[in-house]
Design a protein around this ligand. Structure first.
Ligand code: AMP
Length: 302
């Protein structure tokens, strides 16, 4: 089953304690697609400006990623700048320039319209809703959002949340969205807003998942070196949705395994700056780390 993803394809400026880079290809849809393409075919719906040339598009080459829905419009590509503190626990957004995303009217290519799995990566909630409405009969819709949209577009966000199955956000966003500090209570409130499954990413502390009658928690994979957390959340979502796409149904055990695959992809993402590690990543490494995750968290079968 292929996945349709809508989200940002961007130029990022990144400042981490160990490395810095300007104008590197990023964006939520980019990290998502690179990660999910280890599991299934990914169809991207996004827009870039004419400063995003064939050279930049090469990042999608040679993978199971279809860019027929990646439109090039007159203007500037979405740009985002972020800076991390010394221990990488806090990120400050330096700037967000929507560029061509400001006037983007997504047109879903006909061969994407039958997609059974849809992921609405972090972007204006109106665009997320627009894409959701154009897909005929989707089996499962996942989505992400961030503080930027929670603060600026709460009504549009509520409409998006009402139409989705799975919400994948971080702990800070969950608290902000629910206006409740305690995550268990915040989760209960968010599940009332529409999604049937809520996955809360807690950075280096792992993931919490809430569904009706089911809770699951895992740690994040312990790494010796972390260079850049940018894109970890989108890579998590890519691994998570990618694994779901390989399974016929969405049961509690399938969701648990999808969370581990998501955590595996997130862990690779942070090992290098921007998309660097994901671009090198091989499928057997994904499966090796999944096995190693299994051993790491097993306390019952020994
Ligand atoms: P993450 O680290 O998972 O939150 O994702 C980082 C990516 O999100 C970067 O590559 C940015 O280009 C992209 N991004 C940052 N802010 C926004 C926003 N307001 N809308 C869409 N994408 C964004």
């Amino acid at each position: 089953m292929s996945i349709l993803v809508v989200g940002s394809v961007a130029f990022d400026d990144l400042k981490t304690p160990s490395e810095e880079a300007k104008n590197i290809v990023g964006g939520a849809a980019t990290y998502f697609a690179l990660s999910a393409s280890h599991f299934t075919d990914v169809n991207i719906v996004a827009v870039v400006g004419n400063d995003f040339t064939e050279r930049e598009k090469k990042i999608f080459d040679g993978r199971s990623i279809d860019v027929a829905g990646l439109e090039t419009a007159d203007g500037k590509t979405f740009r985002w700048g972020g800076e991390y503190n010394a221990d990488l626990t806090k990120r400050t957004t330096l700037f967000t320039e929507l560029g061509v995303f400001e006037n983007f009217q997504p047109v879903i290519p006909d061969h994407y319209k039958q997609s059974k799995l849809v992921f609405l990566a972090n972007i204006h909630p109106d665009l997320q809703v627009d894409v959701m409405n154009q897909v005929q009969n989707p089996g499962l819709i996942g989505a992400d959002t961030m503080n930027y949209w929670i603060e600026r577009t709460p009504k549009e966000l509520a409409q998006m949340l009402a139409g989705i199955d799975v919400l994948v956000i971080n702990d800070e966003e969950a608290r902000q969205l629910a206006e409740v500090h305690n995550l268990v209570r915040a989760a209960a409130k968010i599940l009332q807003m529409g999604p049937k499954t809520l996955v809360i990413k807690r950075g280096e502390y792992g993931v919490l998942c809430f569904r009706e009658g089911e809770r699951f928690a895992t740690v994040s994979y312990p790494l010796e070196t972390v260079i850049d957390p940018t894109g970890a959340g989108d890579s998590f979502a890519g691994g998570f949705m990618g694994y779901l796409a390989t399974q016929g149904e969405v049961t509690d055990p399938v969701v648990r395994r999808a969370i581990i695959f998501g955590s595996v992809l997130g862990s690779f993402c942070v090992e290098d700056l921007g998309t660097r590690r994901l671009e090198q990543l091989q499928r057997d490494e994904v499966h090796e780390r999944y096995q190693s995750f299994k051993e790491l968290t097993d306390f019952a079968s020994l």
